[in-house]
Design a protein around this ligand. Structure first.
Ligand SMILES: Cc1ncc(COP(=O)(O)O)c(C=O)c1O
Length: 402
């Protein structure tokens, strides 16, 4: 037995030692175990657009069932280029600058593996989307964290400057932001852009929530800022905008020299995204402005619903300006029958929520490098049917009754 254990340790690569399995997916398992309403993982539980489902079914029936070109079927790359021209006036060459991959998840890791060497530094804002930590570790990068400060999730420009060094290869920027709902302003982007230029670093931007915006917030792609087109890797996907998180179709937009490295990594990681779903993506990317206006208005309604529930039960909410999550502070919620009258930390609180209240959420500490910084926060997602949000409301109201 001991030799088996020794063998097991021998076969655990160093690059996997410092991160754990996804906390968010673990919360989904907890939700299933306790039959709790899942407000943890950010996937819509309502149907995808009917015409997209039909387009995917048609593509399979028409035998679009073999490998597409590794960097993406040409009609989809052209549709992506046309959408960025229409929406932002940005030009990307489908032949040399667009790579279709298996979701933003693969887009991010393929991009980082293509440009980062072990020992390079990557800057990340925290709280952060949980994938960036393991992504950076798999590349052997050292991460420098810059804090987004509640309640507005602003950063201190001096702290950001101190994080940059000659070893900085890239900064990862996610706007609209998961988990905070922050939408970076032009002034903030300019501050980041000028440091990228001064220190010869890349911006790797995750823009997956670009169309989910509230209260007049505007999404500005980093690549549209002067001097940033040639030093930005833009990562995006169909997952959130078209409610198809299970399709695994995303893309990376980058200048030709970077794209050619990214394409090599992508080819050997996954070969390519599902061919029939890429074909359906052509239809999605050609939707008109009204689709995106409806999407944002629709999520604004769901946001109002969940904010009403969460504030009613006494959580302090940070109102998101984009994306579909609410970070909230639960320290105002009192725990009956406890000597301290409060929950010890976020893990205790989310466990209590799943087991006793029937709602799964994500512990705030999973978004921080020093877990203590997030120990009073919990994140709820609201990309759910009203029926689900209503059920969650009835369950969460039990918090009031304790
Ligand atoms: C910020 C962010 N990036 C990427 C992803 C994953 O995207 P995809 O489904 O395209 O891999 C998510 C999913 O929650 C996310 O919140």
């Amino acid at each position: 037995m001991s030799s088996t254990l020794a063998a097991r340790a021998r076969f655990r690569s160093r690059r996997t030692l410092h991160f754990t399995e996804s906390v968010i997916r673990e919360m989904t398992r907890l939700a299933l175990q306790h039959n709790a309403t899942n407000l943890a993982q950010g996937f819509p539980d309502f149907p995808a657009p009917a015409e997209l489902k039909q387009a995917a079914a048609d593509a399979i029936a028409a035998d679009v069932n073999q490998y597409a070109i590794t960097w993406g079927a040409q009609p989809l790359r052209r549709a992506i280029a046309a959408k960025y021209r229409r929406t932002y006036g940005l030009e990307f060459d489908p032949e040399t600058e667009i790579t279709v991959c298996c979701g933003a998840t693969e887009g991010m890791i393929a991009s980082l593996l293509a440009v980062i060497d072990p020992g390079d530094e990557i800057i990340q804002f925290e709280p952060f989307y949980e994938n960036y930590g393991p992504d950076s570790q798999l590349c052997g990068a050292e991460v420098r964290y810059v804090t987004l400060h509640a309640p507005d999730w602003n950063f201190d420009p001096d702290e950001l400057r101190r994080a940059f060094s000659p070893r900085t290869k890239a900064i990862i920027l996610n706007s609209p932001n998961n988990p905070t709902g922050k939408v970076f302003s032009r002034a903030e982007l300019e501050c980041i852009a000028s440091l990228c230029q001064e220190f010869d670093a890349l911006a790797v931007t995750d823009e997956i929530y670009e169309h989910i915006l509230y209260d007049g917030a505007v999404h500005i792609p980093m690549a549209s800022l002067p001097g940033m087109r040639e030093r930005t890797i833009l990562v995006n996907s169909m997952s959130k905008t078209y409610a198809v998180t299970g399709w695994r179709v995303g893309w990376v937009l980058a200048p030709p020299d970077l794209a050619s490295s990214i394409r090599k990594v992508h080819d050997f990681l996954t070969v390519g995204a599902a061919a029939p779903l890429q074909q359906a993506g052509v239809l999605a990317l050609s939707f008109g402005d009204e689709y995106y206006a409806r999407l944002a208005a629709d999520y604004a309604g769901r946001r109002a619903h969940i904010l009403d529930t969460l504030t009613r039960v006494g959580l302090h909410c940070f109102v998101p300006k984009g994306a579909y999550y609410v970070m909230s502070n639960f320290s105002t919620i009192k725990l009956a029958n406890s000597p301290t009258n409060s929950f010890e930390d976020d893990l205790t609180f989310v466990k209590y929520l799943a087991e006793r209240i029937g709602v799964a959420a994500v512990p705030g500490s999973s978004f921080y490098s020093h877990r203590g910084r997030g120990s009073k926060y919990v994140r709820f997602c609201f990309c759910k049917k009203y029926e689900t949000l209503e059920l969650a409301r009835r369950q969460l109201l039990k918090l009031e009754e304790r």
